[in-house]
Write a new protein. Sequence first.
Length: 394
Amino acid sequence: MTARIHGTCAPGFEGVREEFERNFTDRGDLGASVAATVDGEFVVDLWGGDADKTGTRAWERDSLVNVYSTTKGMTALCAHLLADRGELDLDAPVARYWPEFAREGKADIPVRWLLSHRSGVIAPREPMTSHDLYDWEKVCGALAATPPWWKPGSAQGYHALSFGYLVGEVVRRITGVSLGTFLRSEVAEPLGADVHVGTPESEHGRCANMSRPLTPDGPRSALGSAPPPEPPVKSIDDHPMAAVTLALQYLPVGNVNSAAYRSAEIPAANGHASARGLATVYAALGGGELLSTASLERLRTRQGQPDEPDLVLAAGTPWGEKWDWGLGYMLNLYGQAGPNPRAFGHGGAGGSYAFADPENRVSFAYVMNQMGGGTSGEDLRSVHLVGALYRGMR
């Protein structure tokens, strides 16, 4: 596909534009935007393509799109803001803030295990519907009532959807407002960043429609094509694909292009943002505008053992046998965030990705509506863009 590219690149960063164009001509992009800052100033701000498969709506500078798990970086930031202010102790039990969570052997799980995917609470024990995901109280009640799927703290396993409810409920119990409201008032509005969890209906007209990934056999699921095990799994060891299918089986997302999905708050998965909005937040985060130096160091400190397997991602991705998690952020184990091993960020199913590189004073974000392999290692659209960005800095 060819697409008209709009926006600007600072001198020296023309290679990012070239790779962005190749994402359309060679790598299957439908509509997308990419933005990057150096020293807090935008050196890349590009967009192009179509907002849906019909080709009747162009992708605009202010287009929003569902960024799936890239949302988790924004959700984690809310928790770190509270910790930085002394309102949240990451080593305290979750139950200090959310007493009902103490049930079923979870009384001693600390908040940091929610952020580092070590709590074992990856899903409730009984399946829920996609409509249920829009009912915050129902989902949080189900998670509070469920026992962990493995011994808490003993292993890491990606909390694909439960992450947002767990961290978000802690934020809500402390602040009295929802995660999306807190993000808007404490981060997005002060920074002028176009980032939403619970996108207002007034903004739905700016939202691009997601297009499912294509294979030679047609569309496939963003998180793998393995069917949910039958009968429903009751522990992580019941089925070789149990871990990777749990989130889909027990917390199904449903139609991500619907108004109901966009308006709901699913803080692990349904953030809607522009690349410029995400890059703005990560520039402020990496530049020390939002958190203290101590908090910035803490959030990007490895929480498990070096190269520790992830029980969920190792089961579902060809290169996922080793993952490094900080406190709510992916660490730069594979260099997807450039050459600095201390860079940190988060990617999402389908291919979106955003990060901060504090040492090089860089932030980056890429968002799109044609889903690819995402975190599976098959999707190199953002990798090519990041490579060109750092080549431009030489």
